[in-house]
Design a binder for this molecule. Sequence first.
Ligand SMILES: [Mg+2]
Length: 111
Amino acid sequence: MKTTETMESSDPMIVRFTEDEIRLMHLALDRWGLNTQIGQTVEECAELIVALQKYSNRSPQPESIDNIIDEIIDVEMMLAQLRIAFNVDDDTFRKGIAQKFARLSEYLRQG
Ligand SMILES: [Mg+2]
């Protein structure tokens, strides 16, 4: 598992974590354990679901967009911890992403 790599990117679609952030995620997993962090992931996903439902059910408000962004960040942090906990290295992750995007591309081509 690569934990020392820190990549800088100006592309806002690419989430990269610093070495310090990765170290903190390891500490969180050590402190609270996998089951607790799985529960936290479920909770953060649920909060994102609620934020998205509020946005789609009402006329969009600036604070609802802020809430969605906040919950996306929470979920990204928890997913990164799960990647650490389940030893999903960058190569495995990248291959999985490429396969999913190939499938998406095929769906889009089919119309
Ligand atoms: Mg949250």
